[in-house]
Design a protein around this ligand. Structure first.
Ligand SMILES: [Zn+2]
Length: 239
């Protein structure tokens, strides 16, 4: 009886050990969206999305590494001009995360002058969005991972933006999980060509004047990164 108990305890211990290892040995491919020559969206004060993406990615990498994840950073130096090169560089990773900051359709942009320069902005929309592709070879796990991240961002106090679902040209995206801010975007190249579950994160809308100021703060970057890392940890625990 004592032996059986002993073996059970040892067995449980081993199981826990294997489980812990599978969570913490995971490799995250962290893709910094865009590159300096084509830097993506331009913020309400004229800063580029690429700079926002890189700044957030640097914080997120640290948070993930502190939790024992291995991070394969892609595009940090701004040299990734081909989208498929990004997913090729992710080979061997367990999940692919593409980090972005959002804009809105041109019809919603308003203009003001900053230091003699005409600058667009739009305060109408606010919040994060997550995208997954049904063409990804592991579409089910992609969705599960995105839902887990969305849930965690909401728990941290962030709000998803519904603007990508608006029935207008350029949007009209189908919700995969409205509550958690997850949309389908099947043709997004990095999502469909990744060999592993993949999620694209729009961390916030940088053409929104208030949101841009908040998104720029180091404590916001830390809070977003912590929430994303919590979501990823939860995803691996239940895998
Ligand atoms: Zn982008």
């Amino acid at each position: 009886m004592v032996n059986i108990l002993k073996q059970t305890v040892i067995g449980l211990f081993c199981l826990c050990f294997v489980f812990q290892t599978s969570v913490h040995a995971a490799v995250i491919a962290l893709d910094v969206g865009h590159f300096p020559a084509r830097p993506g969206a331009v913020s309400a004060t004229g800063e580029t999305e690429f700079e926002f993406n890189r700044a957030l990615a640097i914080v997120l990498r640290q948070v993930l590494q502190d939790r024992g994840f291995t991070v394969n950073m892609i595009g940090e130096s701004g040299d990734m001009k081909e989208l498929e090169a990004r997913t090729r560089a992710a080979k061997g990773a367990d999940i692919f995360l593409s980090l972005h900051h959002d804009s809105v359709q041109p019809r919603y942009l308003e203009y003001r002058e900053i230091k003699g320069r005409r600058q667009h902005y739009c305060d109408r929309f606010s919040g994060f969005s997550l995208f997954v592709s049904r063409i990804n070879p592991d579409a089910a796990q992609s969705l599960r991972c995105a839902v887990s991240i969305g849930k965690s961002l909401r728990q941290a106090g962030f709000t998803p933006s519904p603007h990508h679902a608006e029935p207008i040209p350029g949007e009209n995206r189908l919700f995969a999980d409205q509550l958690n801010g997850v949309y389908y975007f099947d043709e997004l190249v990095v999502l469909k060509t990744a060999a592993m579950p993949a999620v694209l994160i729009e961390a916030g809308i940088i053409v929104n004047r208030t949101d841009e100021a908040v998104l720029k703060q180091p404590q916001t970057r830390k809070k977003i990164s912590t929430a994303i890392a919590d979501g990823i940890e939860e995803f691996f625990k239940k895998r």
